[in-house]
Write a protein that binds this ligand. Structure first.
Ligand SMILES: Cc1cc2nc3c(=O)[nH]c(=O)nc-3n(C[C@H](O)[C@H](O)[C@H](O)COP(=O)(O)OP(=O)(O)OC[C@H]3O[C@@H](n4cnc5c(N)ncnc54)[C@H](O)[C@@H]3O)c2cc1C
Length: 437
């Protein structure tokens, strides 16, 4: 199986001896690779016109190290717990602890704040590798890194960086709280309100479907400080677990990604200090849009990893275990064509994901690319995970393996961080602008 995985995983310039698969990433210094795409800051400074075009799937040495390390951690430490966590609809605290220990919760956070100081693509490969084993763990890492950490790094001031980043990289899970009972796709119709107090803000309202809520200690909460200004009143705040008036009202029971917690949150006169504002007053809508544009690439990576995980699980079965009519079922041409088609679609989804990530790192407009990656990767995940169940027959349908779980988990890709219709709308809007005279 290793060879199948390796074949689809992006090419790497890393030699096997250079892979520090088991080393804690936070202690790994980014290698000064000859490859100009290795880190976000250097990439931004690079003169792109001088670059020789390379395959979009080529990883730098540090990115490849991240992929290998996460792959090992996921199969050894998470794999044995996947089925139990899904049945119990709970994330094992030891898994969360392991994610922090491995440096996977602060991938882009600078080393001075306890993070790994790596680039966006390193986060993307980590999310993808985790999803191959468990999409629930993958979304925890995705939301924490690509939404919460990024929002604080990008919009927080020096004080906010000192306050929150060390916690987020070493011990405290984060949540991103935008959706509400009345506002999902129409996110800026949110009703949660904030008002100014003498030395801070007071928040009232509720949030719905908040990922990581059971495990989180830090919540980025969007509330309207000036409803008369409409969406221009929306402001982002940081609320800590334990703040009086803040409570988890309900944990949802779900179709898929059941080990990932999804909760309703209530805010009853939650008072926070002035320093807990994130960015400027009235700029919350901009923060939400910009962060979710990036975050979508993470969900696309999650769906790509999920599709590969489901595919590998079924491929192993049809090519090693199950015989019918006197031969392995994977030797029937009718099966082989479907298996090859699915693998090709996964590779295509991955190309969209990596292209969007690289464009983001290059400081180019990546919004349409991110939407296309999320849309397509979600579709591929649904198709491949569905096929994997069928290829395995009865064994795919029962809860012994992970095929049925991956199938259930795949559905969420078309819903969170913008439904598939919303992605289509974004893509069409941008195309129309481009093609209107
Ligand atoms: C497991 C899970 C985890 C989540 N995690 C988070 C989180 O951490 N933080 C957070 O803030 N939110 C989170 N969400 C919320 C998620 O982002 C929303 O569910 C999503 O944005 C869709 O909103 P909705 O559910 O209200 O669907 P609706 O907006 O009611 O949409 C229902 C249907 O109508 C379609 N539709 C709506 N508007 C249009 C339109 N203009 N054109 C065409 N079709 C349209 C949609 O595509 C969809 O098919 C999570 C949700 C789930 C299920």
């Amino acid at each position: 199986m290793a060879s199948i995985t390796r074949a689809l995983r992006p090419l790497s310039r890393t030699t096997p001896s250079a892979r520090l698969a088991s080393k804690r990433l936070a202690t790994v210094r980014p290698v000064q690779s000859a490859y100009a795409f290795s880190t976000t800051p250097r990439r931004r400074e690079a003169d792109l016109s001088e670059l020789t075009p390379t395959p979009i799937s080529l990883l730098s040495e540090t990115e490849s190290m991240m992929a290998d390390m996460v792959s090992k951690f996921a199969s050894e430490q998470i794999g044995p717990k996947v089925r139990d966590m899904d049945e119990a609809e709970t994330m094992d605290p030891a898994v969360v602890e392991g994610l922090f220990e491995q440096g996977i919760m602060g991938i882009e956070i600078p080393e001075e704040f306890g993070g790994a100081g790596m680039n966006f693509t390193a986060a993307i490969v980590a999310i993808e590798e985790l999803a191959r084993i468990d999409p629930s763990v993958s979304v925890m890492v995705d939301v924490h890194n690509t939404l919460v950490n990024t929002a604080i790094m990008k919009y927080g001031d020096a004080q906010a960086h000192r306050t929150w980043l060390p916690k987020l990289s070493t011990s405290t899970v984060g949540s991103f709280c935008l959706s509400e009972p009345v506002s999902g796709s129409d996110a800026f119709a949110l009703q949660t309100k904030a008002e100014k107090t003498a030395d801070g803000y007071k928040i009232n309202g509720s949030k719905m479907w908040i990922t990581n809520a059971m495990e989180s200690g830090i919540f980025i909460v969007f509330a309207n400080l000036n409803p008369s200004a409409g969406y221009k009143g929306i402001t982002a705040f940081i609320v800590e677990k334990g703040t009086p008036g803040f409570s988890i009202a309900k944990k949802e029971k779900k179709l898929g990604i059941r080990a990932s917690s999804t909760c309703v949150l209530n805010f009853d006169d939650v008072v926070i200090p002035k320093s807990n504002i994130l960015g400027e007053e009235g700029k919350g809508y901009k923060i939400a849009i910009e962060i979710l544009n990036e975050g979508r690439i993470g969900i696309a990576a999650q769906m790509t990893g999920l599709a590969l995980g489901a595919w590998e699980h079924a491929a192993r079965y049809v090519w090693n275990d199950r015989k019918q009519f006197g031969q392995l079922i994977g030797e029937f041409q009718g099966m082989q064509h479907q298996i090859a088609q699915a693998y090709t679609e996964i590779a295509a989804a991955r190309a969209l994901v990596y292209n969007a990530a690289r464009k983001k790192e290059a400081g180019q407009d990546f919004v349409k690319d991110a939407a296309m990656a999320k849309l397509y990767a979600s579709q591929v995940a649904g198709r491949v995970a569905g096929s994997a169940v069928e290829w395995m027959g009865g064994m795919g349908f029962v809860r012994e393996g992970i095929a049925e779980k991956m199938f259930r988990d795949s559905k969420i890709g078309a819903i969170y961080e913008g439904t598939s219709n919303i992605q289509l709308q974004t893509i069409a809007k941008m195309l129309q602008k481009q093609y209107t005279n």
